[in-house]
Every structure is written in structure tokens, then in C-alpha cells.
Write a protein that binds this ligand. Sequence first.
Ligand SMILES: [Zn+2]
Length: 290
Amino acid sequence: MNRYFIFFDQLVAKKISPKFLRASSRLRFICALLCLTLSCFSYAGTDQPTGGSYGLALDPVPTVNFVFLTPANTQQQQAKDIIQHSSILATIKQLSQTRYIFAPSLNIVFGSAKGPNFDSTKGQIQIPYQYIDQLLEHVSKTGAYPTQQQRYQATTDALLLTLLHEIGHAYILDRAIPVLGNSETTVDNFVVILLLNDIHRGDDIAINASRLFSTQALNNSNLRNNTFIQQHSLSQQRYQHILCLVYGSNPARYQRLFDSFPLAQRQQQQRQCNGIYSTTYQGWLYYLDN
Ligand SMILES: [Zn+2]
């Protein structure tokens, strides 16, 4: 090994010519450029399937994969169509390149028998087609969405909330993010921070989809028997916390959000929520990719 050092010493001792030094630094520059180019191509010029299509050159590769199991009947086919015609797959994919990057990538399976849930042993999120049908039925029963387009929109908004929630569980496990307190509230925070900062109409989705999952709205719904809903229906406390984050993100814009609350409660929310939002946002900013 010492031979190399001796060789180097001899080179220095012989006073390397400035011409040689210039040539060698030019060579180093060309090598660095070549390495940079090659690393770009190995990252972007992928031959890895990205949900049925192929990544465009220089586009980062999504780190979630969508798997659609074959629908067993026309109702399940309808559920599959609703998902595929919505914008939520593109949203989830885009965030998987920028905010929650999974390596190895995370599989989201539609058409599973169980769920919605995150199966940590298989490393996949499972969503049954039946769940989408139940969401649509629940949305329709509220009577708040007169047109079919609005009902489909509300259904996919609620599905987006569900997917982000399960992605939150997966991300916390993947990055070993410390959960101080209730893990469901930690995931609620993850979802709302992403909705408000990264997703088009995210504030509407946070407000309206959360209302659909509130225990009050689920009282007479078939969704109540779903295991995900049994575990995740939003108690009044969790629902109010979500509204508090939305309000706190921009009190001037959402000043009417607590209009239906008694005055004392409204004033308390208005005092606290800005600080609660800031702390939550700063906390998640530390753990989210950007
Ligand atoms: Zn959960």
C-alpha cells in the first residue's frame, strides 16, 4: 500500500509541470460531468413500470404502485371506474414523488377482501371495491349533493382522505417517526397538512370529507359496519381538531367555520387554532420530503 504514497511523493518531488496539472483538472471536470449525466439517466430513464405506464425521461419515478384486482360484478366495476376516472390517483402519485417518498415503493391494492387498512407485514394498503360503493351510498343519503357529479366528487374526496390516512400510517412506520400521543391524531395531522398545503381544493376536502366521517353523520349509515369506519369514525373531538387546523392555517379566510359553535367555544378556537396549526405544520415539515 505504501508504494502508492511513495509514487505520489516522487511525483510531488519531481515538481509536476503546470501543463500536466491543467490537463488533469480538465480530465477531472469531464469525469464529473460524465458521472452527473450518467446518474441522471439511471434515475430518470427508468424501465421500471409506473402503474401501467412508463416514466417520462427526467420525471422522478412515483414511489407508490396501484394494483386493481379484477372486479367480481358490475357494482365492483362501477367502483373501479369511479376511482380510475377521478384525479386522486394522480394526486397520490405526485405526492409520492415529492412529499412521502417510499423506497421500496408502497403498493395500494384496490379490490381486496378486507380493509381499508395498511397491512404492515405485506407493506401494502388494501381498499375493497365495496368500500367505494358504501361511501357513494353514504354520500347520497346525506342529501347534500344534488347532482351525480357532486356525489362522485364527494365520494372520491372521502376516498382520498382514507388513502392519505393509510399512507400516513405507512409513512410513520417507514420513517420510524416518533408518535407522541394518539397515533390516529398524528395521522389526522399528516392528512390535513398535506391537504392544505399540497392538494387542489384541499381545504374543501378536509372540511367536507371529515364531516362525512364524523360520528354524527355516520349514525344511520351502512358504513358503520365497516371495520375501518369502526376504528376511524371521527369523534366530535377529532372532527373539531381537523376544523381547528383548517381555521388556524388562515383565520381570515375561514373565519365563518365556527359560526355554528356556541360563542365561548368559538372564541376559544379562534384564540388557540393558529398556534396549534403552526406547531403541527412545523412538526410535519421536518419529516415530510420537500
Ligand atoms: Zn388510522
